[in-house]
Design a binder for this molecule. Structure first.
Ligand code: TYM
Length: 327
């Protein structure tokens, strides 16, 4: 059976890009493949965090994932730091990666240019991400387009390790959605929608009220002609709305363009589709929020399941490397 692994950081608020680029597919994948999904709190430490806020956002993110539809009876949902093998294999991956290839990661270049304090962890972050994926022998990694380079690096590291030390890791591949792999900022449709945007006017948050969603989409930047077609280079704003509408309604952005002559109706329909997708998730989240102990219980079950597999893979890697067994 195909095995799937993916992760999301508990920093900032979950936005529509996370939902369409990753989460809604995770919900589908859990029925098709053996799936593991992870709240990657160790990745969040690459940037200084407020401890109380980190604890709160990790729990909240797990509740959001349950609200979106992950079923802990079907998939494995857990918190990265609960399974210590992630940090241990990450060290091995840091020793497998070359300094030069980590320097070429575009996300590191972007983030380090903006960060006041550039931790060594921010630089080696992709080695931890590789460890996450390789620990579970994942075949597929459903992600948004911004993680493409990190998954490519994971493949390179797995292949390099296997060539040096013998077949140890499964070489994974990234998978992307047909629509929504790169949801763009509504105010600046040439930049991706992100948790760290300067203003939230261009970012639809998963917990935004319907009125706020309508307002943000109505004010989305488009262009001066009124031609509705999917053309990312010439019409980035309109194309983004078509991707969003397509992703929310299970169509390609080209198909979603059919029948529109003006931007007004496209915006109204895109807003309605987003609200229809997010409202039930928000309602379910409010219920789960009321019972943190239950979420912690579910996460502990997930961590136990994940640990078993992670321990087996790490033992294989230790053996391949020649680390002395403990007598
Ligand atoms: P993170 O937490 O930034 O984002 C979580 C997921 O959301 C996707 N995403 C988007 N998709 C479409 N449009 C956007 N504007 C958009 N913004 C974010 C991301 O591609 C991602 O799939 N390094 C990862 C977390 C991670 C991980 C892993 C992922 C750690 N270990 C192992 C996969 C496998 C990250 O920071 O994602």
């Amino acid at each position: 059976m195909t095995r799937v692994f993916s992760g999301i950081q508990p920093t900032g608020d979950v936005h529509l890009g996370n939902v369409l680029g990753a989460m809604v597919r995770w919900v589908d994948e859990q029925h098709r493949a053996e799936s593991l999904y992870c709240v990657v709190d160790l990745h969040a430490l690459t940037i200084p965090q407020d401890p109380a806020e980190l604890r709160r956002s990790s729990l909240r993110l797990a509740q959001i994932l349950l609200a979106v539809g992950l079923d802990p009876e079907i998939c494995t949902l857990f918190v990265q730091s609960h399974v210590h093998e992630h940090a241990e294999l990450a060290w091995i991956m840091q020793c497998t990666a070359a300094h030069g290839e980590l320097s070429r990661m575009t996300q590191f270049k972007d983030k380090s240019a903006r960060a006041g304090f550039v931790s060594a962890g921010l630089f080696t972050y992709p080695a931890l991400m590789a460890a996450d994926i390789l620990l579970y022998d994942a075949d597929e990694v459903p992600v948004g387009d911004d993680q493409r380079q990190h998954v490519e690096l994971t493949r390179d590291l797995a292949e390099r390790f296997n060539a040096r030390y013998g077949a140890t890791f499964t070489v994974p591949r990234a998978t992307f959605p047909a629509s929504g792999a790169r949801v763009m900022d509504l105010q600046d449709p040439t930049s991706k929608m992100s948790k760290s945007a300067a203003s939230t006017a261009g970012t639809i948050l998963l917990l935004d009220e319907p009125k706020a969603i309508e307002k943000k989409i109505k004010r989305a930047v488009t262009d001066n002609d009124a031609d509705v077609r999917f053309d990312v280079a010439a019409k980035p704003g309109v194309s983004n709305l078509l991707s969003i509408l397509g992703a929310c309604t299970g169509r390609s952005p080209e198909d979603a363009a059919a029948g529109y002559e003006q931007y007004g109706p496209l915006k109204s329909d895109a807003a309605a589709a987003v609200i229809e997708l997010l409202e039930p998730i928000q309602a379910r989240f409010r219920e789960l929020e009321a019972d943190p102990a239950e979420t912690l219980r579910l996460l502990a079950i997930g961590a136990n399941k994940a640990s078993e597999r992670a321990a087996a893979t790490l033992a294989r890697a230790r053996d391949a490397l020649g680390l002395l067994e403990r007598g």
